[in-house]
Design a protein around this ligand. Structure first.
Ligand SMILES: [Zn+2]
Ligand SMILES: [Zn+2]
Length: 262
């Protein structure tokens, strides 16, 4: 399996996952053009994408989907609640390309098994995803205000996962966002902070020393990449006695390196 974060951050999200002949995207939260450019820059032909899995209807996750579906005629897979929330902003998408999925049910694409699981976010029916192939697992888990033990176990089971590290709590609380928005971000239906992410990874690493983790969905207003990494690594050092070189940053509006799972 291969993974690349095509773009990650509060301004737009897109993940690329490949297994054998099959190539999929999770979310398409920038313009179709920006995603095409991002994919080409890591050597992927946009026309080779087989399907798009959607996490939820917020614009930083769906911006380019309508154009992409019409241009490449690939299926869009989302929960019923997400379809309801995004239908109008996508524009016309022909019926056979609009696929409704359910949590807790496995889907097959070639040798890849895909499962959606519930996350905690202020959207209709938001989900994260697990992808499994040949004994390897990849998970995408951002835009969640909390992480249950079931979600932690998914991370403990993964070879590679993207985990949200949205904001620095001090930057958010002392920043210029209005109070209701600060409250929303900090709530159980908001976003995980750098501190939350560090604590979760500290628990996960105890059970899963082999895992590679990417810090995702960083806020432009309330975070900085080096601060997110430093906060997470400081917590890992305190709890585990060492920093981890298997933690990486995603990038805003730009692709990471391609990660290959042997
Ligand atoms: Zn969201
Ligand atoms: Zn988001």
């Amino acid at each position: 399996m291969r993974y690349c974060s095509v773009a990650s951050g509060s301004n737009g999200n897109c993940h690329y996952i490949e297994s054998g002949e099959y190539r999929i995207l999770v979310d398409l939260g920038l313009s179709a053009r920006q995603i095409e450019d991002g994919l080409k820059s890591v050597g992927i032909d946009p026309a080779s994408i087989n399907g798009i899995f959607v996490t939820h209807e917020h614009s930083d996750h769906i911006r380019g989907i309508g154009v992409w579906a019409r241009r490449y005629k690939v299926p869009i897979l989302a929960t019923a609640g997400t379809w309801k929330g995004m239908e109008r902003s996508l524009g016309p998408v022909s019926g056979e390309l609009a696929v409704t999925i359910r949590t807790g049910k496995g889907y097959r694409l070639g040798d890849m098994r895909i499962e959606a699981f519930s996350i905690y976010h202020d959207a209709n029916e938001p989900v994260g995803y697990c992808f499994e192939s040949g004994g390897r697992k990849i998970a995408v888990m951002t835009d969640t205000g909390m992480v249950t033990s079931d979600m932690k176990h998914r991370l403990m089971d993964c070879d590679l996962a993207v985990v949200e590290s949205n904001h620095d709590v001090d930057m958010l609380m002392h920043g210029r966002y209005p109070w209701p928005l600060k409250k929303r971000i900090r709530s159980n239906l908001g976003h995980l902070s750098n501190e939350d992410c560090g604590s979760i990874l500290a628990e996960v690493f105890v059970e899963n020393a082999r895992g590679t983790f990417l810090l995702g969905h960083l806020s432009e207003e309330n975070n900085r990449p080096e601060l997110a990494m430093e906060t997470v690594q400081t917590i890992l050092e305190e709890r585990l006695g060492e920093r981890k070189d298997s933690v990486f940053l995603t990038k805003r509006g730009a692709p990471t390196d391609m990660f290959t799972l042997p």
